[in-house]
Design a protein around this ligand. Structure first.
Ligand code: GLA
Length: 363
């Protein structure tokens, strides 16, 4: 029997830059998923502590995948893809147990996939290096689940470090921990889960991704990461479509903000990153257009309550907002968000503080 834990994540900054080969700065959370793998008599069976029914399927590759409940694709996907790669995956029982809220934009799916891939790889004694593990987790989500996500969530779930954000170059997949010394500055990251529903496999995420790829094609670059800040005005001048111009402006300025925030953190200037966080939110709201009234309301309430910076985190269209606040202001800021939601007639948000924790580990 082999068990691995992998965490959910919050992205400090760098949204929709990952599939543009750009930069992101997420951190791993304390909440996550534990996957336990053991030998079975025949077939593959999948159980979740959060689901009423176990699911049993015949062993097969991706092409032979039966119609199965969506959550099991995150588990079976690993077994299907390994089979397609010529590995004889024996009968197994995989049990998962997660405390990452689903649908909140905290990467419950990355926690699930990463814990399963690590546990299966370890249990079967597969000689997968870090890059192969990461590639497999991303392929599960892209190919077996069909969500066209960019890999940030899996990378930080695998490689996060306590007390640090992870600066990820999403072209090379090089990662570097950067200190996030909240306690040393008397600061907290307050998370407001707006509970506005969101879903990546829905059309909007894929539409943004296709728009970015189309813009890169028109500009003649491999990815929007290759448009520099200095080259932005020229690039915008070469695009006729206003929507594509807005997408390019978001991605190019967001990459710059990620690198600027990483530099400030390296210099020990955590309180100075607030402006970039808020600018990122405005860029998502006005240029990339992936926010919804609930997240804009939460950001405004946090800023009015004294946040140094605030932004939506994750793929968008709902999910969570983060605010960087002096520790002493956290409670009042939470109340301000609740009040703003009540005034706007939104449902009750859920509020909690987040710290940067370690990535996937054997348990
Ligand atoms: C989701 C995806 C990530 C990334 C973010 C947006 O979390 O899974 O790959 O694209 O959205 O930054």
């Amino acid at each position: 029997m082999t068990s691995w834990f992998a965490p959910g994540r919050i992205n400090l900054i760098g949204e929709h830059t990952d599939y543009n080969d750009g930069f992101v700065l997420p951190f791993a959370l304390a909440v996550g998923c534990t996957a336990t793998v053991s030998q079975a008599a025949q077939d593959w069976s999948v159980r979740s502590a959060q689901e009423p029914e176990p699911v049993v399927v015949r062993r097969s590759g991706l092409a032979g995948a039966d119609a199965v409940p969506e959550w099991t694709r995150y588990v079976l996907g690993a077994l299907w893809l390994l089979t397609d790669r010529g590995i004889d995956v024996p009968p197994l029982e995989v049990t998962v147990d997660s405390d990452v809220p689903t649908g909140a934009g905290l990467s419950s799916s990355a926690a699930l996939v990463c814990s399963v891939v690590r546990a299966v790889g370890d249990h079967l004694g597969l000689d997968l290096d870090d890059d192969a593990v990461f590639a497999l987790t991303r392929d599960v989500e892209n190919d077996a689940v069909g969500a066209p996500t960019g890999g940030m969530d899996q990378l930080v779930s695998l490689r996060g470090e306590a007390g640090h954000v992870l600066l990820c170059d999403m072209r090379s997949h090089d990662t570097r921990p950067v200190p996030l010394d909240l306690a040393g500055h008397g600061l907290s990251v307050l998370v407001a889960d707006t509970r506005a529903p969101h879903k990546h496999s829905d059309g909007e995420y894929g539409a943004r991704r296709r728009g970015c790829e189309e813009a890169a094609r028109i500009l003649g670059v491999p990815a929007l990461r290759d448009v520099s800040g200095e080259g932005l005005a020229d690039a915008l001048g070469r695009l006729d479509d206003d929507e594509l111009r807005r997408y390019v402006r978001h991605v190019v300025t967001e990459d710059e903000r990620v690198l600027a925030v990483a530099r400030l953190l390296d210099e020990g200037r955590l309180p100075d990153i607030g402006q970039a966080l808020t600018a990122s939110h405005r860029s998502m709201r006005d240029d990339f257009r992936i926010t919804v009234p609930e997240v804009d309301t939460a950001v405004d309430a946090l800023l009015s309550a004294g946040a140094l910076g605030a932004r939506m985190t994750g793929g968008g269209f709902g999910g969570c907002v983060i605010g960087l606040l002096p520790e002493g202001d956290v409670e009042a800021a939470g109340d301000a968000v609740r009040r703003a939601f009540a005034d706007a007639g939104f449902g009750e948000p859920s509020l909690f503080t987040a710290s940067a924790e370690a990535g996937a580990r054997r348990v």
